[in-house]
Design a protein. Structure first.
Length: 567
């Protein structure tokens, strides 16, 4: 029976907590809260919701992930990876549909943790992770072109290719002031680390916050003194509120739930991958080891609570987690402080967000998409085996052209099929006709001598090297078919190098035994390990072949074959 593995790091770290650690956690929490502010606003708007919903998500999810999470330094909140899928759900089902999908995703994440799937999710092939991450990055970049250049468009198509066609057609409507603000924001964010690297205070401030402050002031000055009113701001598009929302649970109907299971599962898988990837990266920096199943349960709690208070899906954020680490955060207390800082900003400074230019937020997301793209990893995988390249391109193109749900599903299917093909290729079936080379033997040869390893006349020996599953079973059938004209009295099947056998392998082996018996040929199994022998016993091979024909060593199998041949 599976036991529940839920051990939040907060409670273990508080046992040895001290004032010095509180000081560093306090500083880290304040800085991470400041870093999270512009990102939360940008992710909220890009996802198709109001900016305050992005901040509410960062507050609620950030608090819950820090209190219940399995990592000491993980910072939870909205991330760029969710933008595309959130936007698609809202377009199809509305915000209430997104709320239900997020709640379902929370349930899925808790189930992943309870069922101990945390370690399994880590083994999702790297090309899939890079493929959909790069695809999401390109898609986010594409969605920001209109605001970045201030294009005048009645509507923006949802399809990737149609979107670019519409952009090209609308490019003559570019607003050069908005473009200057957008490109200027990108330049400030990109150059800020170099400009501030010699000042310990300035280098702790995120470039995105500096860009928002500088460009917001610039836009206000342009409007006040030069009459420039074409630079659209958040306040022009949204009504800003700093009122904390009450808890609301949407009405759940079976029809709506059925329609949202697929996107909810995608949110859960994506959230699980990103949070565990972030926690793993953090482990390598601080020399700790997170509890993946506890982390998944905490992410599930966060995605149950966030939508109830009007938020959107959340997960572990690598950039904010690394900011926490780099500024001294070493316990979940830093994450709790980060949530408190965001709450104070939301209550007292949120109305000021209405003056932030949309082009500036677009510039922030352009940098986010560049950092997400992982283009170096993408290029390095292109040098890998062809199967990895296929999975990478399939996942990437499906993410860009269709959507993330299809990309993850098809990418996993391709990866599984290619993995099974590789496994089948590692299993070798060979025919030994004269004698077995004693130099190739290990434990089997220790029980006998060279004479015992001579194959008697009328006996065929087949050796299976590797897992005996459906791919290898079909390969074995092909070899048997090619040698069907030979009619030995005994067939020895060596299985000393077979670590496991699946139902298809059992089916093929059963057919081989029944076919051989119909032709008057006795099958003898050799070198069957204990695990495989248990499986064969349950399948009835003892009764079919006789216990004396399932031998532990080749010596015994050859002796049995000699006896059968002379009968």
């Amino acid at each position: 029976m599976t036991t529940l593995e839920f051990k939040p790091k907060l409670f273990s770290t508080l046992k040895h907590y001290n004032r010095k650690q509180l000081t560093t956690d306090l500083l880290a929490g304040i800085i991470v809260g400041i870093v999270a502010l512009p990102l939360a606003i940008a992710f909220g708007i890009a996802s198709g919701v109001t900016p305050e919903k992005g901040i509410i998500t960062a507050i609620v999810a950030g608090l819950i992930v820090s209190v219940f999470g399995g990592s000491k330094v993980q910072i939870g909140g909205p991330t760029g990876a969710f933008i595309i899928i959130i936007y698609g759900i809202i377009q199809q089902y509305g915000f209430e549909g997104l709320t239900i999908a997020t709640l379902l995703a929370g349930v899925f994440l808790i189930m992943f943790g309870v069922l101990h799937l945390g370690t399994i999710i880590k083994y999702i092939p790297y090309p899939i992770v890079v493929g959909f991450t790069s695809g999401i990055a390109l898609t986010i970049f594409t969605t920001q072109i209109k605001d970045l250049f201030g294009l005048t468009m009645a509507s923006v198509p949802s399809d990737f290719i149609e979107k670019w066609i519409a952009y090209i057609g609308s490019f003559p409507t570019i607003d050069w002031w908005s473009a200057a603000v957008g490109i200027g924001s990108v330049a400030v964010i990109a150059l800020w680390p170099k400009l501030a690297r010699y000042n310990n205070v300035l280098k702790k401030l995120p470039g995105s916050l500096i860009a928002i402050i500088v460009m917001t002031v610039a836009a206000l000055l342009l409007k006040q003194y030069m009459g420039v009113t074409s630079v659209e701001t958040i306040g022009d598009r949204f009504s800003i509120s700093n009122q904390l929302p009450g808890a609301q649970v949407p009405e759940l109907t079976w029809d709506v739930i059925k329609g949202l299971v697929a996107p909810a599962f995608t949110i859960a898988i994506l959230g699980a991958i990103e949070s565990l990837l972030s926690a793993t990266v953090a482990d390598g920096v601080i020399g700790d080891r997170h509890n993946s199943n506890t982390e998944l349960i905490a992410q599930g709690f966060a995605n149950l609570a966030s939508p109830i208070f009007g938020g959107i899906p959340a997960t572990g954020a690598i950039a904010r987690t690394m900011t926490n680490i780099n500024n001294g955060g070493r316990t979940p207390v830093a994450g709790i402080i980060h949530a408190a800082v965001l709450l104070l900003i939301f209550l007292f400074l949120m109305p000021l967000a209405q003056y932030i230019p949309m082009a500036c937020l677009a510039g922030v997301l352009v940098i986010v998409s560049y950092n997400m793209s992982g283009w170096r990893s993408f290029m390095s995988i292109l040098k890998n085996p062809k199967s990895d390249v296929i999975v990478l391109w399939v996942t990437f193109l499906l993410t860009v052209i269709f959507d993330l749900t299809i990309a993850i599903e098809v990418g996993l299917i391709c990866a599984c099929l290619l993995f099974m093909r590789r496994m089948a290729e590692t299993t070798d079936v060979k025919v030994i006709s004269d004698e077995i080379n004693p130099e190739e033997e290990e434990s089997d040869f220790q029980l006998g001598n060279l004479e015992h390893l001579t194959i008697p006349e009328g006996v065929e020996v087949y050796e299976i090297n590797g897992p005996y599953f459906f791919g290898a079973g079909n390969k074995f059938e092909e070899i048997m078919g090619a040698l069907r004209h030979q009619r030995p009295k005994v067939r020895i099947i060596r299985m000393r190098k077979v670590p496991f056998v699946d139902s298809t392998g059992i089916h093929n082996l059963t057919n081989l035994c029944l076919m051989s018996q119909a032709e008057g040929i006795q099958v003898v199994l050799s070198g069957v390990n204990e695990k495989v022998q248990t499986v064969l016993h349950k399948a009835g091979f003892d009764a079919m072949l006789g216990e004396q024909n399932i031998c532990s060593h080749i010596n015994i199998a050859l002796d049995r074959a000699r006896l059968l041949v002379t009968k």
